[in-house]
Design a protein around this ligand. Structure first.
Ligand code: GLN
Length: 444
């Protein structure tokens, strides 16, 4: 638990320097095995020494001495922020994203930048230009994506916590496959300033950690209105955990995984005297068809700045297959003759899903599904583009309808030599981020 570690550091029983040295040592020794860290902060130990002095003077912030890793699409001054792409291979960031500024203000220390799917496009970690990340919990399987390094880093104990970004599931998906906690906040709850985004109307930065309590602590620091992000806002909720009504949303997913999630819900409801009920919604099956036209169009538009003049190289000449597919697809569907056919239609469908969920959250305090509908595939196993996109059927809903969602470990499925982590997804109404994090602690 981070709260205990913070106390140890504060009381001088564990030096910040020692905490950071331990992580750097572990990363140096074990990173070859997992390919999690792309760029190490060589100054981290020196920074920790300064924090130790601040602690002695009683001037340290509330995360003093903790070490964290950052997805390579979030700007950290002086670090290589390459989005795991050849396009930005040597791009050194000149400024701190708002989330980084906030964490540094509380004296947390950046350990380095981690691997991901190229420009956050992917669900498996396999599209990185710098090689795939290994899943520390199930080494023959993909770690999930696109925040693959951020989730694997928690599982490998390379840091106290990490940051990821989530457009359609990229925090929750790898959290589920690596057996850790990952939260996507309400849209706008956390500033996106300094994030090299995939899709501006869907993206959120969020924390990954070992427990929901830890994630909650990090969320409390990074959230809030930011003058640099016009869409950001303060979410303040104080809904209590009393007489909860839980909805189990029925969607297509592996039977064994669904059963494990249901059993967990049953047990927690019995213990707390909460009620639960299965239900279905008419439009949830259009999630993927709604998500991709929005993601493609906004990604195409966002990548126009990578023409090789200001930053890095021309994206079309240097990127991988999946990124190119989205650029070509995004260009095509945003042509004038298609106005109204794809992007506008998808925005209409988004409204529909938003309404549907707003009504559901009047009936239920919490909606639960598995995080991912299937087991992660093995390295080298060929899967179709449709199957790859379908990893996200259960996670895209929260991005489309803008409410907060979290993936927490639920159970494991043993297959041959692997014990594969299974995550469950908890979702709450827009703005109820703290309530969601409190519920998650109860489920853990
Ligand atoms: N897997 C989804 C995609 O490829 C989601 C990615 C993300 O959340 N960044 O677009």
């Amino acid at each position: 638990m981070l709260a205990q570690k913070i106390q140890l550091i504060k009381n001088g029983k564990l030096k910040a320097e020692e905490n950071i040295k331990n992580f750097i040592h572990k990363i140096r020794n074990e990173n070859k095995k997992y390919n999690i860290v792309l760029h190490l902060n060589e100054q981290a130990v020196d920074e920790a020494k300064i924090i130790d002095k601040k602690i002695k003077q009683g001037k340290a912030g509330k995360l003093a001495g903790l070490g964290f890793l950052v997805k390579s699409n979030i700007n950290v001054k002086g670090m290589i922020c390459n989005c795991a792409s050849k396009t930005l291979e040597n791009y050194k960031s000149g400024f701190n994203a708002t989330v980084i500024k906030k964490l540094k203000n509380e004296d947390a220390i950046v350990l380095g930048m981690v691997n991901m799917d190229e420009f956050a496009c992917g669900s498996s970690g396999e599209t990185s230009a710098f090689g795939v990340t290994k899943n520390p919990r199930a080494p023959s399987r993909i770690p999930g994506g696109s925040s693959s390094g951020s989730a694997a880093a928690i599982a490998a104990e390379f840091c106290d916590f990490s940051l990821g970004s989530d457009t359609g599931g990229s925090i929750r998906n790898p959290a589920s496959h690596c057996g850790v906690v990952g939260m996507k906040p309400s849209y706008g709850a956390v500033s996106r300033y300094g994030l090299i985004d995939l899709s501006m109307s869907l993206d959120q930065i969020g924390p990954l950690a070992k427990s929901s309590k830890d994630a909650s602590l990090i969320f409390s620091v990074i959230k809030g209105k930011d003058e640099y992000d016009a869409m950001s806002q303060e979410v303040k909720d104080n809904k209590e955990l009393k007489n909860l009504k839980i909805g189990l949303l029925s969607l297509e997913a592996d039977k064994e995984i669904t059963k494990l999630v249901e059993n967990k819900v049953k047990a927690v409801c019995q213990k707390n005297k909460w009620t639960y009920k299965s239900f279905s919604l008419p439009y949830t099956d259009i999630g993927i068809q709604t998500y991709y036209p929005i993601a493609y169009t906004e990604f195409y538009s966002g990548t126009r700045k990578f023409d090789g003049r200001k930053y890095g190289f021309a994206i079309e000449e240097t990127c991988g297959k999946e990124v190119l597919r989205r650029i070509i697809g995004g260009e095509e569907i945003s042509k004038a003759e298609f106005t109204g056919r794809y992007y506008q239609k998808a925005l209409q469908a988004k409204k529909l899903l938003q309404q549907e969920f707003a009504e559901s959250f009047e009936k239920f305090d919490l909606i639960i599904t598995p995080t991912i509908p299937r087991l992660p595939h093995k390295f080298g196993e060929k899967i179709s583009i449709e199957d790859m996109y379908n990893y996200d059927v259960l996670t895209v809903l929260a991005n489309i309808a803008e409410f907060p969602a979290i993936s927490i470990p639920c159970n494991e499925i043993i297959e041959k030599n692997d014990s594969i982590p299974i995550g469950m997804q908890l979702m709450a109404a827009y703005g109820h981020d703290n309530f969601l994090l409190n519920c998650a602690q109860e489920f853990e």
